[in-house]
Design a protein around this ligand. Structure first.
Ligand SMILES: NC(=O)c1ccc[n+]([C@@H]2O[C@H](COP(=O)([O-])OP(=O)(O)OC[C@H]3O[C@@H](n4cnc5c(N)ncnc54)[C@H](O)[C@@H]3O)[C@@H](O)[C@H]2O)c1
Length: 278
């Protein structure tokens, strides 16, 4: 079934690669024009390579290949003006805004709460929590002005519903996203704007597939590989898979923002192979 977002416009953060790119392409395939932002540079507390300008260019090309339009900019979700500039420009070009996916996130270095450096804490809270709120703040008036209702999806994590040791900065930020989501769901319901959060477990993106994560999953091994990580990752799920693919998250996001989800708001949706039950 194509065309589920025909004539709509979607704003997606963290769209240069991973889940954000997948959401952008999927929504464009379904008929939406896309407004995209990504930081496209390294944040110094993040020990894995972040996205590049070339990654964002590739997303732009993939969206254009579907026949839909895209307005894309490099910018940090902690920078309200950068968010506002790109969303305002997108609305100027496409004439409306219907959908927001606050997906940008980073995995600042891990540490126990007793020794965590404040910079690790602040970067995680700044991007993964404050950035989500600023994304909504920069865009919601455009949806309200359209008078047609709309939908937002905020990307949290299984780590936004239960704790994991050693990543309290990430877990705290992702729990905070639920508070942002619930508040927005209440505040925006009179405008028929629905707000939900998605909670993936492990997803096959660069955020997961790197040596730092392999070590986090297999600290007892000297040089853990993806295969070593997969064994432990599989054990965290009820269903027999070590991780989700980006399309699994995009399909859930699409459902939530499309008319099929028209009465769903305020929901925390795990896409986790049953990880919440373990
Ligand atoms: N990969 C997983 O296992 C997993 C699991 C649960 C939740 N998540 C969440 O899913 C979302 C997408 O992550 P992903 O898996 O696609 O990883 P990813 O690293 O491939 O993509 C994240 C994107 O966000 C961008 N970004 C980071 N900080 C930014 C900032 N300050 N401003 C703008 N853009 C910024 C990155 O440059 C990157 O392109 C994140 O919020 C992440 O926390 C990921």
């Amino acid at each position: 079934m194509a065309g589920r977002l025909e004539g709509k416009v979607a704003f997606i953060t963290g769209a240069a690669r991973g889940q954000g790119r997948s959401h952008a392409v999927k929504m464009a395939q379904e008929g939406a024009d896309i407004i995209a932002i990504d930081i496209c540079r390294q944040v110094d507390t993040v020990p894995i390579p972040m996205s590049t300008p070339e990654d964002l260019e590739e997303t732009v090309a993939l969206v254009k290949a579907t026949g839909r339009g895209i307005v894309a900019a490099q910018g940090d979700v902690r920078d309200f003006q950068a968010l506002k500039d790109v969303v305002d420009e997108g609305v100027r070009q496409f004439g409306r805004l219907d959908i927001v996916v606050a997906n940008a996130g980073l995995a600042a270095d891990a540490a126990g709460m007793d020794v965590m450096d404040e910079k690790l804490w602040n970067d995680s809270i700044g991007v993964n929590l404050t950035g989500v709120w600023l994304t909504a703040k920069a865009s919601m008036q455009h949806i309200i002005d359209g008078g047609r209702g709309g939908a937002m999806v905020l990307t949290s994590s299984v780590g936004g519903l239960k704790a994991h040791p050693g990543i309290g900065n990430y877990v705290s930020a992702k729990h905070g996203v639920v508070g942002v989501m619930r508040t927005l769901a209440v505040e925006l319901a009179p405008h028929n704007i629905r707000v939900n959060s998605v909670h993936p477990s492990q997803v096959n993106t660069p955020m997961l597939m790197n040596e730092m994560t392999y070590r986090m999953f297999r600290p007892e091994l000297e040089n853990p590989t993806q295969t070593d990580m997969a064994v432990v990752s599989m054990g965290m799920h009820l269903l027999p898979t070590p991780w989700m693919e980006v399309s699994d998250i995009s399909n859930a996001v699409l459902f939530l923002v499309s008319d099929e989800g028209r009465y769903i708001t305020g929901v925390t949706l795990p896409i986790d192979g049953g990880a919440m039950l373990k």
